[in-house]
Design a protein around this ligand. Structure first.
Ligand SMILES: Nc1ncnc2c1ncn2[C@@H]1O[C@H](COP(=O)(O)OP(=O)(O)OP(=O)(O)O)[C@@H](O)[C@H]1O
Ligand SMILES: O=c1[nH]c(=O)c2[nH+]cn([C@@H]3O[C@H](COP(=O)(O)O)[C@@H](O)[C@H]3O)c2[nH]1
Ligand SMILES: NC(=O)CC[C@H](N)C(=O)O
Ligand SMILES: [Mg+2]
Length: 516
């Protein structure tokens, strides 16, 4: 079945991914491509509409990123947002000027004319809140366009060419701070581009199963199963597709939380009849990590050890041609970086980067088009119980990256205990599902305390809890102080070796969710 698609051309905006999410929420499949690949992607995808994202550049800069002009001749509707609007206006003969009217944050747009983009949502003559972030602005629309909305610092805030179906907004309609933005995007996707909105997790599932069968044939597949959401969903999807050609491999690397290995295996075996190999590799990992303190070194050592084990297990099965992974869309989007150069590596995720060159197995990645919340929806569609679907993410390198500095068996044991109490308290307070991810970190610092009139000199535990939708950005969770005080007291009283607890109030950016 062919679904309608929307192509999103990226010019490096911080919020390009939100455009894709909003479009998908309308039941329309969308993909993001860097502007350099727009023509190619258009030809391959045949989208029913194109959205040009915002971006940090100015159209007057030398070498400013511009969409290929062929897009304007393709006969499909185009929506330009912020820089995307400016680029379209500039290329089609309008005027864009920089100047002294920079506008960041909340603004008001007054609607001055009708058009399909605002149809049924905004009334002519009324004012509506929007979110702006720009220095340049369109000062003369190209021929064929009319001005539909105006704001104090962007007199031309919405433009429309209703013959060619080209629209542009100076404000960002993909962000929450433009309250009607999602509805305007729906108008573009449904009314202007005429998309059906039939891309649902049910159809995704059926098509993914077909594709998996075609890719794998009668080959054997190994799927690394972590107990996390992504690999559980990938495994169940694969099982529906290829049945007993699939074997799952759960690696206990000694960096799991307390009771996790048992829990994951019981949970999985209890619900599914999928062959599951449990590898105890605790000594192998801990030996490889002995004395290692650099976060990137830790990640690389762990990534390599995982592959070694998967390859070993494949051999034992008499050879498996495929390795299945729960790679998600944010891992594969190539965003245009603001500086024009390749973007820097913040962290090497253990399952991405470096993997393909070394692998003898081919990768099977059925979730690579999905965002995290979509994976959860797919999991529900596959009938996965809530204990899988609702779990907080847990990183593959596990407690190794929650134990800054050298990792020892003693430190891991302290961390496991503190983490267990913290999560238990979160569940007891009914907060688990409000929080996107929560965990404890054991700091490589000892501080002085007093307990039972005696002096202590023990470790510090940091607690972390964040809200997020996809882990790309996050905010710290605003616990009430009573909760924190209670959790801290329990940890200090019950965990030997800890005499101080702190709470991390850093958002992402500038922080990251994990500490390493
Ligand atoms: N202990 C493990 N044993 C086997 N495979 C693992 C293990 N930990 C991670 N993996 C593999 O690495 C992949 C990436 O891990 P990641 O943590 O991103 O996903 P997940 O664990 O499936 O889901 P979640 O993000 O919800 O934790 C997993 O999909 C899984 O294939
Ligand atoms: O499977 C994984 N392998 C990794 O190497 C890895 N590093 C971070 N994470 C998880 O990714 C999300 C974002 O984390 P950061 O803000 O720390 O980058 C958070 O949910 C992290 O737990 C990982 N998951
Ligand atoms: N957010 C944007 O797309 C900004 C566009 C352009 N860089 C400006 O400052 O006007
Ligand atoms: Mg995980």
């Amino acid at each position: 079945m062919k679904h309608d698609k929307i192509l999103i051309v990226d010019f490096g905006s911080q919020v390009t991914q939100l455009i894709a999410r909003r479009v998908r929420e309308e039941g329309v499949y969308s993909e993001i491509v860097p502007y350099q690949k727009a023509a190619e992607a258009y030809a391959a995808m045949r989208p029913k509409g194109i959205i040009l994202s915002g971006g940090p550049a100015s159209v007057h800069e030398e070498g400013a990123p511009l969409p290929p002009t062929s897009l304007y001749e393709a006969g499909v509707p185009i929506l330009g947002i912020c820089y995307g609007e400016q680029a379209m206006a500039h290329q089609l003969g309008g005027l864009v000027e920089g100047g002294h009217h920079r506008e960041f944050g909340r603004a008001e747009v007054q609607v001055t004319d009708e058009c399909l983009l605002v149809d049924g949502i905004w009334q002519v003559g009324e004012k509506y809140p929007v979110w702006m972030s720009h220095g340049d602005r369109v000062t003369r629309p190209p021929e064929g366009f009319k001005v539909v909305g105006t704001s104090p610092n962007a007199p031309i805030a919405i433009i429309a060419d209703e013959t060619r179906h080209f629209y542009g907004t100076q404000f960002h309609l993909e962000v929450m701070h433009t309250p009607h933005g999602a509805l305007l995007l729906r108008n573009f996707v449904r009314k202007v581009a005429g998309c059906e909105g039939d891309w649902t997790m049910r159809t995704f599932k059926e098509e993914a199963i077909e594709k998996l069968r075609a890719q794998v044939g009668d080959g054997k597949v190994i799927c690394g199963l972590s107990g996390g959401v992504d690999s559980a969903v990938a495994a169940v999807l694969l099982h529906e597709a290829i049945g007993n050609q699939l074997t799952c491999v759960f690696v206990d690397h000694g960096l799991l939380r307390r009771g996790e290995a048992k829990r994951v295996i019981a949970m999985f075996r209890g619900h599914y009849n999928i062959p599951l190999v449990h590898v105890n590799a605790r000594e192998q990992f801990l030996a490889a990590l002995d004395g290692v303190t650099d976060p990137e070194d830790k990640r690389k050592i762990i990534g390599k050890a995982f592959i070694d084990i998967f390859e070993e297990e494949a051999k034992k099965l008499g050879g498996a041609e495929f390795l299945a992974q729960g790679t998600l869309y944010p891992d594969v989007i190539e965003s245009v970086s603001a500086t024009g150069g390749p973007s820097v590596t913040i962290k090497s995720h253990h399952n991405v980067g470096g993997l393909p060159e070394r692998m003898n197995m081919k990768l099977v990645e059925p979730l690579r088009e999905l965002f995290k919340d979509e994976v959860r929806a797919l999991g529900r569609e596959l009938g996965l119980p809530d204990v899988f679907v609702g779990r907080h993410p847990f990183p593959g390198p596990g407690l190794a990256i929650r134990c800054p500095g050298e990792i020892t068996a003693e430190k891991l044991e302290i961390l496991r205990y503190a983490d267990e109490i913290y999560i238990e308290e979160i569940r007891r307070a009914g907060l688990y599902d409000d929080i996107w991810q929560a965990f404890a970190v054991l700091l490589p610092v000892k501080t002085v305390g007093v307990m039972g009139d005696g002096r202590t000199y023990d470790y510090v535990v940091a607690l972390r809890a964040v809200t997020s939708t996809d882990g790309m950005t996050a905010d710290f969770y605003p616990f009430d102080m009573k909760f924190l005080g209670h959790a801290a007291t329990r940890i200090i009283n019950e965990v030997k070796g800890v005499n101080r607890v702190v709470y991390d109030v850093t958002s992402k950016p500038p922080g990251t969710i994990e500490w390493e």
